[in-house]
Design a protein around this ligand. Structure first.
Ligand code: ZN
Length: 261
């Protein structure tokens, strides 16, 4: 070990001699990476990351769309990233002509994709899907969030329901999907149903992302929601599928959002 670091020490001493040509520099503030004569073992031996982080393929243009503009289908909304403006509402909402329990509105592109996805579930697997909630306005979310706070307390509400201005449903790009039968609607047991499993395997083909995976609560800030799908477009979901990245925060290198600021 000493043999290996000796050349580095020699180089450091040589550089130190050059620096001595002028007034001695003030001692730098200590950092975790500071090398000093008293602590020469800082010679870096880069350790591989414990968990390799998949990264986009070189051909993928991560800047193709904005992640800040609420009109962008890539907009990232979470507890750390409220919509701007907070009372944003999309200009191109349309009725989604699918089975539903609550009249669904989505932005046109997302609505067309939902119809294609529900048709495919029926044709490929004989499964009937339904929308349980889609676009929710700022004012609607005020009611949903306040209702959850009064029913379950703020801690439970914040783990399960976004505050107004921080909800993906306000983008017009998110939809809560269930079985048309109503089995396990808005319940974690939906993940084990045929409909939940088909969605988990196939939604990416239609541009939808399961936004709150079970193993990423610390990243997304929300409990596992096997019913909540977010439209981001097929180019991005194909990339996520290929690289194995499961959250927008990780893919775009954003801060994790376990809590509100
Ligand atoms: Zn939802």
């Amino acid at each position: 070990m000493i043999r290996r670091i000796a050349p580095f020490l020699a180089l450091a001493m040589a550089l130190g001699a050059l620096a001595g040509c002028s007034a001695p520099p003030a001692a730098p503030p200590p950092t975790a990476d500071s090398a000093s004569a008293a602590n020469p073992v800082v010679v870096p031996a880069p350790a591989p990351p414990l968990v390799p982080t998949p990264s986009p393929t070189p051909a993928f243009d991560m800047g193709a769309r904005s992640i800040d503009d609420p009109d962008s289908i890539w907009v990232v909304v979470d507890k750390q990233r409220p919509l701007d403006p907070q009372d944003y509402s999309p200009a191109d909402l349309v009725d989604v002509p699918v089975a539903h329990t609550w009249d669904p509105l989505l932005r046109r592109e997302a609505a067309d994709a939902v119809v294609r996805m529900f048709d495919a579930a029926r044709e490929e697997a004989g499964l009937e899907l339904a929308s349980n909630s889609a676009y929710r306005s700022y004012d609607t979310q005020v009611g949903v969030y306040n209702g959850d706070v009064s029913d379950f307390g703020q801690e439970h509400a914040d783990a399960n329901t976004a505050r107004p201005g921080n909800s993906e449903h306000q983008t017009g790009l998110a939809v809560d999907i269930g079985a048309a039968s109503g089995d396990c609607s808005l319940d974690v047991c939906f993940a084990a149903t045929d409909e939940g499993q088909w969605l988990a395997e196939n939604a990416w083909r239609f541009g939808f992302l399961l936004r709150y995976p079970a193993d990423k609560v610390a990243v997304t800030g929300f409990a596992f929601e096997p019913w909540h799908y977010r439209y981001v477009g097929e180019d991005l979901t194909a990339e996520l599928h290929a690289t194995g990245v499961t959250t927008l925060e990780e893919f775009f290198g954003l801060a994790h959002a376990p809590d509100y600021p």
